[in-house]
Design a protein around this ligand. Structure first.
Ligand SMILES: NC(=O)c1ccc[n+]([C@@H]2O[C@H](COP(=O)([O-])OP(=O)(O)OC[C@H]3O[C@@H](n4cnc5c(N)ncnc54)[C@H](O)[C@@H]3O)[C@@H](O)[C@H]2O)c1
Length: 273
């Protein structure tokens, strides 16, 4: 059984991952900021560490012996440039450096569709391979930087790094965009386990998306690292369309890429990113 270290352990994605990873018998080190409570750790499988994401030494200690670091800690929304620079960009550098110091060979970094938010839905850029970054916000810029740091640590230190452009993580699809973009909790767990076991080396940017019938992006980059998503938002399509019959957005970034959307101002968490 493996040891996995998670940053952002009290967040939405980590909270959904924990029971799924425990069920596979893996042990977890759950890192989150001092003062943040990680709910109900299971002492058989889990250990909590209070550590800021920018603390290299503290995280290197926390990651000791881990087979994989899953880096989820971030401002998961648009924020002021100083906040984004500090937590999302400096924080990701600190996580990569801590993993290197701890001798961890594998990293899964939570990127976002907003690293490529200006890519048009349905364009070959989206449907055929992986587009270059086209960030739609400061938040998206931080995820492009995260991918660059992943490439740096893979290239320079021989680590296996997967940067996943997570599209729309949720228990179930909530709106028209998510019929294309949904990433289910079970598929997120599949992505973690693929990164833990892949034979692929180097840095890989993949889409964090389920096998949705209406998906607008290419599954092949993920399949190349063994990420084979199984869930399909189509099973929820009738309910979603009854609640919200509007058309999905024309750009991958959705509302974040809207010209009326202000840089540096939080969206408020209503638009999963
Ligand atoms: N939820 C989605 O649909 C989605 C989509 C794309 C990308 N992502 C990315 O996935 C990751 C996890 O998303 P989530 O929805 O669970 O986010 P979340 O906001 O629920 O959790 C973020 C976590 O980061 C922690 N954190 C923030 N600042 C920190 C600091 N200074 N030190 C240590 N920890 C700190 C928070 O305490 C929290 O536990 C994020 O990086 C996010 O950008 C999420």
């Amino acid at each position: 059984m493996a040891l996995l270290a998670l940053t952002g352990a009290s967040g939405r994605i980590a909270t959904a991952l924990r029971p799924r990873l425990r069920a596979t018998g893996h042990r977890l080190v759950l890192c989150d900021a001092p003062g943040v409570t990680v709910a109900e750790p299971d002492p058989t499988f889990e250990r909590t560490v209070a550590c800021d994401v920018r603390d290299v030494e503290g995280q290197a200690e926390a990651f000791a012996g881990a087979d994989l670091v899953v880096h989820l800690a971030a401002y998961a929304d648009e924020r002021s440039w100083p906040d984004i620079l500090s937590v999302n960009i400096d924080g990701t550098r600190a996580v990569c450096e801590a993993a290197r110091l701890a001798g961890v060979g594998r990293l899964l970094l939570a990127s976002s569709v907003h690293a490529a938010g200006y890519v048009p839905v349905g364009s070959p850029l989206a449907t055929d391979g992986m587009p270059l970054p086209a960030p739609d916000t400061y938040y998206g810029v931080s995820k492009a930087a995260l991918e660059a740091l992943g490439a740096l640590y893979a290239g320079r230190f021989g680590m296996t790094v997967v940067s996943a452009r997570i599209m729309n993580f949720d228990d179930s699809p909530g709106g028209p965009r998510s019929l294309q973009a949904w990433l289910s909790p079970d598929d997120m767990a599949r992505l973690v386990l693929a990164t833990l076991t892949t034979d692929a080396t180097g840095h890989h940017v993949v889409w964090g998306v389920s096998r949705n019938t209406r998906r607008s992006v290419d599954l092949r980059p993920g399949l190349a690292v063994g990420f084979d998503p199984q869930d399909d938002a189509e099973a929820y399509a009738c309910g979603v369309q009854e609640r919200d019959p509007s058309l999905p957005p024309k750009l991958l970034g959705g509302a974040f890429a809207d010209p009326g959307y202000r840089l540096g101002v939080p969206h408020g968490g209503t638009q999963p990113g």
